[in-house]
Every structure is written in C-alpha cells, then in structure tokens.
Write a new protein. Structure first.
Length: 299
C-alpha cells in the first residue's frame, strides 16, 4: 500500500478507510506474507509528516480489520513508527511486524532499534547506503560496502536487542535497468552473492524492491522483466521481495529466453580492463534498448 500505486493513492487522497480495507484484503487473498504501509508522497503528490501522523490512528485499525497479516511500516522518520505502533494491535497479527528501515542516513537509529525490541519487530536494513570515512554516509559502491553495512547493523541490533540474524532483512538496493549506467543492477546481484557467502551473516534474509527494476521500461515489458530479474536474484540468494501481488511475480524459469537476454545485457555493463564504468554502463543501456524492439508476451 504505497501512494505510487493508483488505488492506494486514491484511498489516501480521499482518506478512504474502506479503500484501504479492500486493498489489504485483496493483497492478503493473493498470497502476500506481509503488507507494506507507505504513506509518503511521490513526485506528483505532496504529503507532510503531520498528515501521515493524523491518519495513522484511523488507517491501521482499518487495515487490521481486513487482515491479520503483519504490517511493514515504511518510513524514514521515527515519529511515523512510534505513532503507527501505538495503534497497531499485536494480538491481532499472525507474525511479527516489520520496521522499514534502518540505514546509515537515519537520524535516530538507536530509537528505532528500541522500538523494534519493544514491539518484537523484524527489521529491514537498507545496505545501499554506507558510512564514509568522515562519519557521514554515501551510496554503496561495491559488494563489500553492502556487506560491511550489513555486518555493522547486524552486530548493532544483536548488541542492543539480542536478536538473531534471522530477524534482519537486508536490502542491497536495486536500480532501474532502463537508466542504469552506473552498474547498479550488477552491484545488487553481486552484493546478494557476497552477503550469502559471509559466515557472520548466515541466516539473514535478503530483499529488494522488485518494481524498482522496471521503472522507465515499456509497459508490456515491465512485468516480464521483473520476473526475469527475480530469477537471477533468487539464484544469487534472494529470499524476500517487496512486490505488488496483483502482478504476476512468479520468477521465470532459468531457461526462459528473456532471462538469457537479460543476463547478456548485464554482461555488457561490466567494464573491461581498459574501460570506465560509464562506458560500460552506456553499452549496457544500448543492449537493453535492443530488447524493446523484440516482441515479449506480457506476463
């Protein structure tokens, strides 16, 4: 439930509780394991924190009337999480709620971890951001950056809460393939493998925002592309995905032609020894554009 999607956006604009109930029941019926609640604005819809805080006491009970699935509360501000959890009925939830998310750029990480411990929540870690040498933060540039960020937060959460590794869901970040000239998709896949190979991270869950992958791609290609990428990501170690259950989110078979074509596109994005990342990135983009010319059966 995210304002990037039409029904959720209309429900938000109208403060339509029945709309949220219907959406929650629909997604639960389609087999979702948990439901994400994100009330943030978009490029075309301004939403203030105050508006979200005012609506949370109404919308959370409404959603819980429709489903007993756990909710994942998605917002960078701890005030959102405090207010959401104040109105969340843990006794009516089949499973643990999820705090989304810890990241190097968050302002009150200790407070978020305290909330997760108090309400027995699982925790998403955005490992696409890492700490820099000056104590600030920057985007991850390598699989090792992602791994080291995951290690930092796993140890921090364990020290503060006693949670085992399986209570953390690490998201390495995923770039849209249609604009990826910096190697972001390959970085995601490489990071998934690196995280799975790290003994200290055994037991963690790995997730991506699947719809990010196809942003900017032609409409008929979006769902097949997401399914092709999902095949590659699962093979690399993914076990969770933030996805729209109203779409076909089943991974394509490994021998599907689109999986092979996507692999070939991503090979083009790996720099040769005498190339920089930008040159390889534009070669990958050219190869991806060739996919637009080929017919694809909508999923």
């Amino acid at each position: 439930m995210n304002n990037s999607y039409g029904r959720a956006r209309r429900s938000w604009k109208n403060r339509d509780l029945e709309g949220y109930r219907e959406l929650a029941a629909l997604q639960a019926g389609l087999g979702a394991s948990f439901l994400t609640l994100n009330l943030d604005g978009t490029k075309t819809l301004a939403v203030s924190l105050e508006e979200m805080l005012e609506f949370l006491p109404k919308v959370i009970p409404a959603i819980q009337e429709a489903t007993s699935l756990p909710l994942s509360f998605d917002n960078p501000d701890i005030a959102f999480h405090r207010e959401a959890l104040r109105h969340f009925d843990l006794s009516g939830c089949e499973g643990r709620p999820i705090l989304n998310s810890l990241a190097a750029s968050r302002h009150d990480i200790d407070g978020m971890i305290e909330l997760a411990a108090k309400y027995d929540m699982d925790i998403i870690v955005m490992a696409s951001e890492c700490y820099d040498e000056k104590g600030g933060h920057r985007a991850a540039r390598s699989p090792e950056d992602v791994r080291d960020t995951a290690l930092y937060f796993v140890e921090l959460v364990r020290r503060e809460t006693g949670f085992s590794n399986d209570r953390l869901i690490v998201d390495p970040g995923l770039s849209p393939i249609a604009s990826d000239t910096a190697g972001g998709v390959n970085l995601c896949l490489d990071a998934l493998r690196t995280l799975r190979e790290c003994p200290e991270l055994e037991g963690i869950h790995l997730s991506v925002g699947l719809s990010n992958f196809s942003i900017g791609s032609p409409g008929p290609l979006r769902i097949p592309l997401e399914r092709a990428f999902l095949r590659l990501a699962l093979d690399a170690g993914l076990d969770y995905a933030l996805a729209n259950p109203e779409k076909n989110t089943l991974p394509l078979p490994g021998d599907d032609p689109l999986v092979t074509k996507l692999l070939n596109v991503l090979v083009e994005g790996r720099p040769a020894s005498d190339e920089d990342m930008e040159e390889a990135g534009y070669r990958q983009l050219d190869a991806f554009m060739e996919l637009w010319k080929e017919p694809v059966n909508p999923a």
